[in-house]
Ligand binder design. Structure first.
Ligand code: ATP
Length: 401
């Protein structure tokens, strides 16, 4: 190749490189420009937010024939307002939260639905699906609940005539899983009462700062829904005896308890609201809660005995196809110490065993395997609790000395 030709090619190569370099530079600058434009848009929207006047929250009360809307504004009076064209008209319904412009003359936005914490904190069942027949054993407890809850709710005149006051509240106590919630639901059903339940530990852990208000609202709601049964599970979380009220958390728990006591004191024994509380730890309850006129009827719901376990097995196997060899009495005998919840778990597990083996009927062997599985899990759990308990004790002792 002559030297002229070589020079020509070298110059061409340099030129191509240079073009590629410029092209990549352009690409880089274009992405930089895009980034800067995005930043400008962000700051512009932030400035808009800073400059925009606050809106007024209001609740729609009714819609007039001429299209205007009556709202209750959060700042005070009821207002008759217009609706901005961009707001979807079908969403303007009584009870809907909306935003008004600053002059309060026009609905400019529909606010998202928000749930009041007290609504989230309670479970409401208009008609629980548990009857007394679904409870194994606990005959004495059922009799007592009929006397102190069902009868006064259904026939208050009986009590007026005789001149006695039924208790306002009943406290069910005993180990977990033995039927306290079941009893409360069943008595609500049999008395035709709405079942409203709250959990003590949730009031203090999940709805921090709201406990007292939730208690107030729950009772207000119960009065509206009367006849009603307010069921407070794990009442020990708000009603445990305290030595001193130091931290703000403890003060909050104390306020919740005070509100509960005020609510109980505030209604009459023959009002159509009854309170049933449940606890696994009656030993730590504040005596204030057990005073006459409050929870003055204590009903123990203990671990089921042999007969109780047999009855619970009967309840839970009612709808099951059992093989001839199934002996419920023998199952009750070998499950000493089991709770109602564990017996239910055994029955369910036995059902699974039959399904796994492609059988339509559940036989004794399915039950025996299930007993083994559930009861060995139980003993592992209990051992762990024991170990944890002694570890706690150990660390306490080492702290003390
Ligand atoms: P916790 O203190 O943990 O709230 P609890 O005493 O309220 O427990 P329940 O919720 O009533 O226990 O029982 C749990 C489940 O165990 C019930 O849904 C039911 O299936 C079964 N069970 C417990 N006791 C009985 C019983 N006596 N008869 C029939 N089923 C029972």
């Amino acid at each position: 190749m002559s030297s002229d030709v070589r020079k020509y090619y070298e110059a061409r190569i340099d030129e191509d490189d240079y073009i590629r370099l410029l092209e990549s530079k352009i690409k880089y600058l274009e992405t930089e420009k895009e980034k800067l434009l995005m930043k400008i848009r962000y700051y512009k929207s932030e400035i808009e937010k800073l400059l925009s006047p606050p809106l007024i929250e209001a609740v729609v009360l009714s819609i007039l024939d001429d299209g205007r809307v009556v709202v209750k504004s959060s700042t005070g009076p009821n207002l008759i307002v217009n609706v901005l064209g961009t707001v979807p008209r079908d969403k303007i319904r009584p009870g809907q939260h909306v935003a008004l412009n600053q002059r309060g003359s026009t609905i400019v936005d529909v606010l998202p639905e928000y749930e009041d914490p007290y609504v989230k904190s309670m479970e409401v069942i208009e008609r629980p699906n548990v009857t007394f027949d679904d409870i194994g054993g606990l005959k004495e407890q059922i009799r007592e609940l009929i006397e102190v809850v069902e009868l006064p709710l259904k026939n208050p005149e009986l009590f007026e005539e005789i001149g006695i006051e039924p208790p306002k509240g009943v406290l069910l106590y005993g180990p977990p899983g033995c039927g306290k919630t079941l009893l409360a639901k069943a008595v609500a059903r049999e008395s035709g009462a709405t079942f409203i339940s709250i959990v003590g530990s949730e009031l203090v852990q999940k709805f921090i700062g709201e406990g007292a208000r939730i208690v107030r609202e729950v009772f207000k709601y119960a009065r509206k829904k009367a006849p009603a049964i307010v069921f407070i599970d794990e009442i020990d979380a708000i009603a445990a005896r305290r030595l001193d009220i130091g931290t703000s958390g403890e003060r909050e728990v104390q306020r919740t308890l005070m509100q509960l006591l005020a609510e109980i004191d505030g209604f009459k024994p023959l009002d159509k609201v009854k309170i049933i509380a449940a606890t696994n730890r009656i030993d730590i309850l504040d005596p204030a809660i057990l005073r006459p006129g409050r929870f003055d009827r204590l009903i123990e719901v203990p671990l089921p005995d042999l007969k109780g376990r047999y009855e619970i097995f009967k309840v839970h196997t009612r709808r099951m196809k059992l093989a001839e060899d199934v002996d419920l009495y023998e199952l009750a005998r070998i499950t000493e110490g089991a709770t109602g919840a564990e017996i239910k778990a055994i029955v369910t597990e036995a059902g699974y065993n039959a399904i796994r083996n492609n059988r339509r009927k559940v036989n004794m062997n399915d039950f025996l395997e299930a007993v083994h599985k559930v009861m060995s899990k139980k003993s592992i759990r209990e051992k762990n609790i024991d170990i944890l308990g002694s570890k706690k004790k150990e660390s306490l002792t080492s702290y003390m000395f």
